[in-house]
Write a protein that binds this ligand. Structure first.
Ligand SMILES: O=C(O)CCC(=O)C(=O)O
Ligand SMILES: [Fe+2]
Length: 361
């Protein structure tokens, strides 16, 4: 959950008289407001994107229909991608029409008149609803709609019949589209947990035992920016959960860090960008890498559905004993997830926060 600064504030109240970014942009600005301007060393350097780029791997889940050779190949591809990149494009994970309907609803929400969007305003940090991202020294160029309550409070009960904590009755059709999407995503997450377990050479239930699943979705919207070079859509970070499935629209903006270089991840139709997050790096004892990523702002609006496999607040996360040995001792201390989330609130630890848990060899 990028910029997870908004998580686990123990129900902290939120100032809700603040303008959302969409409203600021819609008021017709030609310059970005000062609170969004990054110091020069945090801006995007032109050198970052020069030269040819590798592409992140693409893994086709329809190959799993062949339980023998197809499955073996997928497991090998997952292991390799998670070791070398910490991410891959996942295709044939969720029916295309379910993805399209949910993305349409998400885009339509961000296009609603301000007064309609306001009805869903987030009332506590990281709680369900609509608000601005982050609380660091400078703001990132995006607004977010939390379909799931990630405040770190007691897990809320979803409204009857709804998959997500937030039920959108506007735009029309959103409620149904998001309910189908949530269910399909939840299934894909559970399926992927089994595959990642097996890619680690473990039993199918391995990850679900090590990291009890709590699934949720946050929609990110990056409005058009008049001076994209001065801001960041989302500052560099690693996600704090188990893993993330990003459902991008057709606009470029996401980049991942590979061997010290930023690599753009152009959207692939009906694909998810699967990303390893911190908890899998811990449990896999440093074998699968939590990928550092960022989002650039641009002249065209961009919408992303960020689907997070996180865990329960009281879960204790540690390198799995079966993946440690004398020659490969535990690389991290164990941590209770809610304590780990508190760590995320400290701005200086936003990136590479796993380093604080790393044991010296
Ligand atoms: O917008 C994106 O492509 C990335 C979103 C992200 O990294 C996050 O929400 O954690
Ligand atoms: Fe992220």
């Amino acid at each position: 959950m990028g910029r997870e600064v908004s998580h686990a504030h123990d129900g902290q109240e939120l100032q809700s008289d603040q303008d959302t970014l969409i409203s600021i942009v819609e008021s017709g600005i030609e310059q970005v407001p000062p609170e969004f301007i990054k110091p020069p060393h945090e801006r995007v350097s032109r050198l970052d994107s020069e030269g040819p780029h590798e592409q992140i791997p693409v893994i086709d889940f329809s190959m799993l229909d062949d339980k023998g050779a197809g499955k073996r190949q997928v497991l090998a591809e997952i292991a390799r991608a998670c070791e070398e990149w910490g991410c891959f494009h996942l295709i044939n994970g969720v029916p295309a029409q379910v993805m399209d309907a949910a993305m349409k609803a998400s885009k339509e929400f961000f296009a609603l008149p301000a007064a309609e969007r306001e009805k869903y305003r987030m009332t506590k940090i990281g709680g369900k609803g609509y608000g601005q991202a982050g609380s660091g020294p400078t703001k990132d160029w995006n607004d977010r709609l939390f379909l799931t309550d990630f405040s770190g409070d007691d897990e809320p009960k979803s409204e009857r019949g709804a998959f997500y904590d937030l039920v959108l009755t506007n735009p029309p059709g959103a409620k149904e589209a998001l309910a189908s999407y949530g269910e399909a995503m939840h299934k894909l997450v559970q399926r992927t947990m089994v595959l990642v377990s097996e890619a680690l050479g473990q039993s199918p239930e391995f990850l679900s035992k090590e990291i009890p699943l709590r699934f949720g979705t946050i929609n990110n919207h990056y409005p058009p920016c008049p001076q994209p070079d001065l801001v960041m859509g989302l500052a560099p970070h690693e996600d704090g959960g188990m893993f993330t499935f990003l459902h991008q629209d057709e606009v470029l903006g996401l980049e991942v860090l590979k061997d010290g270089r930023w690599v753009p991840v152009p959207p692939l139709t009906h694909a998810f960008v699967f990303m390893v997050a911190d908890l899998v790096q811990i449990v896999s004892n440093d074998r699968f890498k939590s990928v550092t990523h960022r989002v650039l702002a641009g002249p065209i609006a961009r919408t992303v559905m960020a689907n997070f496999a996180a865990t329960e607040n009281d879960a204790v996360i540690q390198p799995a004993p079966g993946l440690c040995s004398d020659v490969n001792p535990p690389a991290f201390r164990s941590v209770v997830y809610k304590d780990y989330l508190k760590r995320l609130l400290r701005d200086d630890l936003l990136a590479k926060r796993l380093d604080a848990l790393r044991l010296k060899p």
